[in-house]
Design a protein around this ligand. Sequence first.
Ligand code: ATP
Ligand code: MG
Length: 384
Amino acid sequence: MNKVIIIRWGELHLKGKNRGIFEKMLEDNIKNSLSGLDFTFKKISGRYLIENFNEYDVDDFISRLKKVGGVYSVSVALAVKSQVELITCACLETIKDKEGTFKVETNRADKKFEMPSVDFSRQLGGKILKAYPHLKVDVHSPDFTVHVDIRESGYTLVYTDVIMMMGGMPSGSSGKGLLLISGGIDSPVAGYLMAKRGMKLEALHFHSYPYTSESAKEKVVDLAKMVGAYTGGIKLHVITLTEIQEEIHKNCPEEYMITLMRRFMMKIAEIIAKNNGLQALITGESLGQVASQTIESITSSGSVVTLPVLRPLIAFDKIDIIKIAEQIETYETSILPYEDCCTVFLPKHPLIKPNLKRVMQEESNLNVELLIENALSSEEIIEL
Ligand code: ATP
Ligand code: MG
C-alpha cells in the first residue's frame, strides 16, 4: 500500500490543439514549485500522481501546490493493486479515524475489473460496516465519501478528501504583465487574480523617499514576494516619484495632485513594461472606490498609455477584495500602517471628475519628459 498525491487540473481541457503545451507548462510549474522535496512524478490519464515522497512532507506538498495556477484539486490517496482484498484493506485504512455517515463511490476506468461499480461500492460498504459498526451509510448526504478509483493500468486509488486548490491556468500561459503594486489591500489581490489566469508578472512600486519610509518599501517588498509565490518568483521595479510630486505641488493647483501623479505613474509603467517585454499594465482599481477611481479619473490616467490596462477588481466590492486578501494571506501585511506615496501632498479636495482638457493644460506646466527620465534613472530592481 503506497501513499500518493493525486493532482487534478481544471480548465486545460478547453485548450484544444494547444493542450499539450499547456500541460507541459503545468507540469514544469508543479515540478518547480516542489523543488527540494523528494518525490517521483507520473502522468496518468487526466491527472498527475506524486509518489515516493516522505509522509511528513505531505502538508508542505499541499501548501506549495495551492500556489500553482491550473491545479484544481488534490487528494492524498492510498494506491494498491486492483484486487478486491487489497482495495478493501485500503478503504479500511483510509477511514480508520472517521466518524459519522459515509458512502462508497467507485469509478471503474478499467472495465476489465470483475465487478460493476455500483455492485462493488455496495460490497465495500458492507465490509466497512462490518469492520466499523459505529459508522452508518447515507448515500444522499454523507459526512464523507470513500472514493475508489480503479485505473486502467491495474491499480486502484482510494481516498476520502478532495482539497480544492487555486484553479485557473498555468503561470506563463497567458502572457506577461506589469503589476502596479502599492502597499494597499487591492493591488496584491489584483496581481493574484491575473496570476491565477496564467499571467506571468513583474511588479512596479513608486515610493516618495524621504516622505515615505524604508519600512513602507519593505512592506511592498513583502507583498510582492507573496504575489510572486503564484508566478514562480517576481521582479520588483522601484521608482522614486518624489521629484514629480514636488514639481506638481509647486506648479499646479492642489486638487490636480493625484490626477497628474497617476498619469505619470501610468506613463512610467508603460515604459518599464515595454522595456521588459511585458504586454499589459495591471492595477487594483475598483470603480468608484475613491476619487481617483471614478470613470473620469480612470479615463484620465488610462488615456496616456497604449498598452492594455487590466483592472481585475474593477467591479469588486471592497468586502469581497478583503476576502481574497485574507485567503491569500496578504491582508495582514497590507493593513500595516505605513505611509504611501499617494498620501504625500494629499489634496483636501481631489478632483472627482477631472476634465481631460484641463488636466492636459495643467500638465503642460511641467517638463514631463525630463521628469520621467529622472524618475526612470532612479529605478531599483529587486529579484524576489
Ligand atoms: P491599493 O489598495 O492597491 O493601494 P487603493 O484603493 O489604495 O489601491 P489607489 O491609491 O487609488 O487605490 O491606487 C489605485 C491603484 O494604483 C492601485 O491598486 C495600484 O495598482 C496603483 N498604485 C497606487 N499607488 C501605487 C504605488 N505607490 N506604486 C505603484 N502602484 C500604485
Ligand atoms: Mg493604495
